[in-house]
Design a protein around this ligand. Structure first.
Ligand SMILES: [Zn+2]
Length: 225
């Protein structure tokens, strides 16, 4: 049975990822929330206001499960070989679950890691907190889940550019399917690894249709993770 029959909003992108494995991951009660009213990133008043999403995928429970993480790493390695992706550095947000993913990869692939400042609310800072990117480095930008495509499409690449490295590809377990993700798909072409894509809506809180239903309580993503 295809993934989409069981999870109507999910499309499998990585052809080599076993459906049974993806199903097991998505069936984990903490990974995928197909319908709801979620705030991501979590607002940090006064200036950081999070978006409202109608679906949510969390990477924390995937990273916490060694088997899930090994399946993901194995499939990403297949992709790297197939696409002949040549890089010496992986650049990712310093989110604990993502760091765990990166650490396995750096060991297996014998590459370096650099991390972008990350707040537990889901916001990114502007500096590299660990490792470095040097002039001429070939970089794979990576994240666990990219709801909007901004991380691997915009924020991580702009810092690579600032340090005069070059981005050779991008990788996430799951992405949304909005404009930012479509832009990233155009930028990276076949060099953009995604296990799955989720059809989710991201709303500006000022005109979020979900907010109109007062019974549809807004839940910060950190409260379900
Ligand atoms: Zn809302």
């Amino acid at each position: 049975m295809a993934i989409q029959d069981k999870f109507p909003k999910i499309t499998k992108i990585a052809s080599s990822f076993a459906e049974t494995q993806l199903e097991a991951i998505l069936n984990n009660p903490n990974v995928y929330y197909s319908q709801g009213h979620f705030e991501y990133p979590q607002s940090q008043l006064p200036d950081k206001i999070g978006n409202h999403l109608d679906s949510l995928i969390l990477f924390e429970p995937i990273a916490a499960n060694t088997e899930f993480l090994n399946w993901l790493v194995a499939d990403l390695q297949l992709f790297i070989e197939k696409e002949k992706l040549d890089f010496d550095t992986i650049f990712a947000p310093a989110q604990k679950s993502v760091v765990k993913f990166v650490e396995i990869l750096t060991k297996r692939l014998n590459v370096k890691a650099a991390y972008l400042d990350y707040l537990p609310t889901g916001w990114f800072g502007n500096k590299i907190t660990e490792g470095k990117i040097s002039k001429g480095d070939k970089v794979l930008v990576l994240n666990g889940v990219s709801q909007q495509g901004r991380c691997v499409g915009l924020r991580l690449p702009e810092l690579v550019k600032m340090y005069e490295g070059s981005v050779v590809g991008a990788a996430v377990f799951a992405s949304g399917n909005g404009l930012g993700v479509q832009e990233a798909c155009k930028t990276y072409g076949s060099k953009f690894y995604r296990s799955i894509e989720c059809n989710l809506n991201v709303y500006n809180p000022a005109n979020c249709p979900l907010c109109k239903d007062k019974t549809n309580e807004l839940i910060a993503w950190t409260l379900v993770s």
